[in-house]
Design a protein around this ligand. Structure first.
Ligand code: ADP
Length: 488
């Protein structure tokens, strides 16, 4: 068979985390390369618009005298410092008298080099029509607005223009400008930071993947070693329940499996011992009696022959039980579901038992009010009733009484088989339905069967979808019951 190449968990985790880190770093760098300018421009645009609104609302409604102009100038300066931009306010009523301008030492400042009255007039018209507008003036277009050119490096510039009137009705044109490109120094700082973050991400990814890989792979490696021991039938193996939740749960399940396999193994060993004992006893009897009858002609009596017949049928029922349970569990036997007279089936079984066990002084009562029909596989149903009554007879108390009751509630019929025996310990109750389980570990052929009876009952009732159960009180007895839906 061709072996598929597969990576270890460690390698898988390492590769996945590394790939994630790589994607993050690529995303960060593409953000820097492709979107930094756009983000910077958008944030600058928001700033300049906010500053414009602040200045125009400060101007509106106020009467500006000489002091007022001074106040406006200091307010504009404060805003310009706060938002890193330049402000010019013109009194339009006096033919664009420059009222206030913030100090600007930048040789490349578009606003402070601007000497274009036609442009101011067009801005005034646009601002009067549109209230406020913001434009990006690209550095390539500067020459068309500015006469003397720049001595420094030009940058794309954001210009925000608005108009405002004071109480006396004087109209002002407020123009703000701000560089729309990030300064080279800022770009370099940002790149250096990105470089640092990338390095940090790589180191973190390595550390996290190493820690994670060892946390996950260590318990799995030890679990796989223990599982190999389990596969070699070492049921004492203990899986370490430590590590991430799923692994702890897997370890718990494997511990449970090991426990169950161990139990099954010892039950099977016990069963083989019991069965060989059970098979050997009748076989010894049969061969002993047959030899005796061959050697001593006077022993050739019907009684001795009956013993041989009885022992043969004991062997047959033992083998049948074993076959039944394995077929039921493998699901190879098909069910033949028909309308069955349940009351009659129970009655017949009880009758047969009462007759058969007569010489043992057993009292088997059947209490019922009505005759009910159910849908079931009759042969299997009889097996259930037979096994429950048989157990009750085997385990009932000194009064040798077994009571079978049929009760009806709405459209459900319940058959209960009650005995007066020692009862079953609470911790054994869920286990008695298991294959080969026997409460009494000491094998007593006369009383106890193969440990398969209740497993047969359980499998048949499960196949019918019936409810069933047992309640038991120590020293008082047990009640085994099952339910079926009544049909017309
Ligand atoms: P067995 O052939 O040993 O009776 P079963 O599967 O019928 O096997 O029963 C499993 C175990 O359940 C029995 O070994 C016995 O310990 C217990 N058990 C079953 N029926 C009764 C009962 N009526 N009273 C007490 N114990 C019971």
């Amino acid at each position: 068979m061709k072996r598929k190449f597969s990576l270890s968990i460690k390698a898988n985790i390492f590769i996945s985390i590394f790939a994630l880190t790589l994607v993050l770093i690529i995303a960060l760098w593409s953000l820097q390369v492709f979107f930094f300018d756009v983000i910077y421009k958008t944030s600058k645009k928001n700033d300049i618009e906010r500053a414009t609104t602040l200045i125009s609302s400060n101007l509106e409604g106020s009467v500006l005298d000489y002091n007022g102009t001074a106040k406006l100038s200091s307010f504009a300066k404060q805003i310009s410092l706060e938002y890193e931009l330049c402000v010019k306010i013109y009194n339009c009523s006096q033919g664009y008298t420059e009222l206030t301008s913030t100090d600007c030492t930048d040789d490349a400042c578009f606003l402070h080099k601007l000497n274009d009255r036609a442009l101011l007039l067009s801005w005034l018209t646009s601002a009067t029509n549109e209230d406020t507008f913001t434009n990006v003036i690209e550095k390539g277009d500067f020459d068309s607005y500015i006469l003397n050119g720049f001595s420094g490096d030009a940058s794309d510039t954001l210009v925000s223009v608005t108009t405002a009137s004071d109480d006396s009705g004087t109209l002002y044109l407020i123009v703000l400008s701000s560089v729309a490109e990030p300064a080279q120094a800022l770009v370099s700082v940002f790149r250096a930071m990105l470089g640092f973050v990338s390095l940090f991400l790589v180191i973190t990814a390595v550390v996290i993947s190493l820690v994670l890989a060892s946390r996950i792979s260590k318990p799995i490696v030890s679990m796989s070693r223990d599982a190999k021991r389990l596969a070699q039938a070492d049921y004492e193996v203990e899986f370490v329940e430590k590590g991430p939740k799923e692994i702890t749960e897997l370890a718990k399940t494997l511990n449970y499996t090991a426990g169950e396999l161990g139990k099954l193994d010892s039950m099977q060993k016990e069963l083989i011992a019991n069965i060989s004992h059970d098979l050997r006893t009748p076989l010894t009897m049969i061969s002993g009696y047959a030899e005796m009858m061959r050697d001593i002609p006077s022993e050739n009596t019907p009684e001795n022959l009956q013993i041989i017949i009885d022992e043969t049928s004991r062997l047959t029922s033992l083998v049948n039980d074993m076959l039944s349970v394995s077929r039921l569990q493998a699901g190879t036997q098909k069910m033949d579901i028909r309308r069955v007279n349940l009351t009659n089936a129970v009655f017949q079984t009880v009758e047969r038992y009462a007759r058969f066990k007569e010489h043992n002084d057993f009292v088997i009562n059947f209490e019922y009010d009505d005759t009910v029909f159910i849908m079931a596989d009759e042969i299997r149903l009889l097996q259930v009733i037979y096994n429950l009554i048989n157990n009750a007879i085997n385990y009932t108390g000194v009064d040798r009484t077994v009571t079978v009751k049929q009760t009806i509630e709405n459209d459900i019929v319940r058959i209960s088989v009650c005995d007066t025996g020692d009862g079953i310990k609470e911790e054994d109750l869920p286990l008695i339905w298991d294959r080969y389980y026997k409460v009494d570990k000491i094998h007593r052929r006369a009383v106890v069967g193969t440990g398969l009876g209740l497993s047969i009952v359980k499998n048949i009732l499960l196949a019918h979808g019936s409810r069933f159960g047992v309640s038991s009180e120590l020293k008082k007895g047990s009640i085994f019951w099952f339910e079926f839906k009544i049909v017309e």
